[in-house]
Design a protein around this ligand. Structure first.
Ligand SMILES: [Zn+2]
Length: 310
């Protein structure tokens, strides 16, 4: 008996839509990429999503496999029934109060579920990546901002109406500097890659545009004082945030993704060193801090996982 199941996983981002036909073992039978018409309004984005689903369904027909449903990862807040984007997706114009599920189901006849993009990356890494086999997981993506997701007992957590899990906006510094979210002292403002670049540029007396994360990592390895201080500070900020998550959730794995997580093992040694300082032993003794392994496929894998874990 063949027990392999199949779903379409779509990862809607501000610049591209990634879509794939994915098996329950995480195998990609087909995948594609198209630009997001992010400035053309909701209808243009819906048309693009339907086109992406059509391509996946054609591939499924060619391969003779039956598709169970469509999972879609999108920026923003998702309605509790997993059908609509309520708002909060600033990078896609008009992407507010849109019933994406109904439209995709009307177009394809398939059951459709939506999830927040960062949450679905967390689900993808848990089902198919760095946290495979774990049930209690904290996922953080460190980039321009800090996003993430939390799984408890293998299920994504979102708080009331899925409005929570803004892991980048826990308060690290009371009365601290202004964050992009409007509040002050957030983890994201101190520990994102943008913060790393900003702090390094301040130390060097240059504009942030004149450097980037990759260069700072290279200077660190060369032993440059400013780069070493900035990396140590970054690990301390990030480590303090992670320590708070560990003390609350006692996860089996903390998975870290985003471009800088590909810098190498030294990056994780730095994070572990700063996280371990002052951590409550009872909470974190069994927590492993590891690099995400799925790269830019985490979102579509998590989206398919929404359907396949049902
Ligand atoms: Zn904030």
């Amino acid at each position: 008996m063949n027990t392999t199941r199949y779903a379409i996983g779509i990862d809607l981002g501000g610049t591209t839509i990634k879509y794939a036909l994915i098996s329950s073992s995480g195998e990609f039978l087909f995948e594609g990429l198209t630009p997001t018409p992010a400035t053309e309004g909701a209808e243009a984005v819906l048309v693009a999503l339907c086109g992406a689903a059509d391509e996946c369904l054609m591939a499924a027909k060619e391969k003779g496999v039956e598709v169970e449903g469509i999972g879609i990862g999108t920026p923003g807040i998702i309605s509790p029934d997993g059908q609509s984007v309520l708002g909060g997706a600033e990078n896609i114009e008009g992407w507010e109060n849109v019933n994406v599920g109904a439209r995709l189901t009307a177009h394809t006849g398939l059951f459709t579920l939506l999830g927040n993009d960062a949450n679905l990356m967390a689900l993808g890494e848990t089902l198919y990546g760095a946290a495979r086999g774990a049930e209690d997981v904290v996922f953080l993506t460190v980039g321009t901002g800090i996003g993430g997701g939390v799984l408890i007992g293998g299920r994504l957590q979102g708080g009331w109406q899925g409005r929570g899990m803004e892991l980048g906006h826990i308060v690290l510094v009371a009365g601290g500097e202004r964050c992009a979210c409007g509040a002050v002292g957030c983890l994201e403002h101190y520990a994102s890659t943008s913060a790393l670049v900003r702090r390094y540029a301040e130390r060097k007396g240059i504009a942030p545009e004149q450097t980037n994360g990759r260069e700072i990592v290279a200077r660190y390895h060369e032993g440059e004082t400013e780069a070493i201080h900035t990396m140590e500070e970054h690990w301390e900020w990030l480590g303090q945030g992670i320590r708070s998550f560990i003390n609350i959730f006692a996860p089996q794995k903390v998975v870290i993704g985003g471009g800088i997580s590909e810098a190498g093992e030294f990056y994780f040694e730095g994070i572990r060193r700063h996280t371990a300082a002052n951590m409550m032993e009872v909470c974190g003794a069994h927590t492993e801090i590891v690099a995400a392994t799925l790269g830019n496929r985490a979102g579509s894998l998590g989206a398919a996982g929404l359907i396949l874990q049902q």
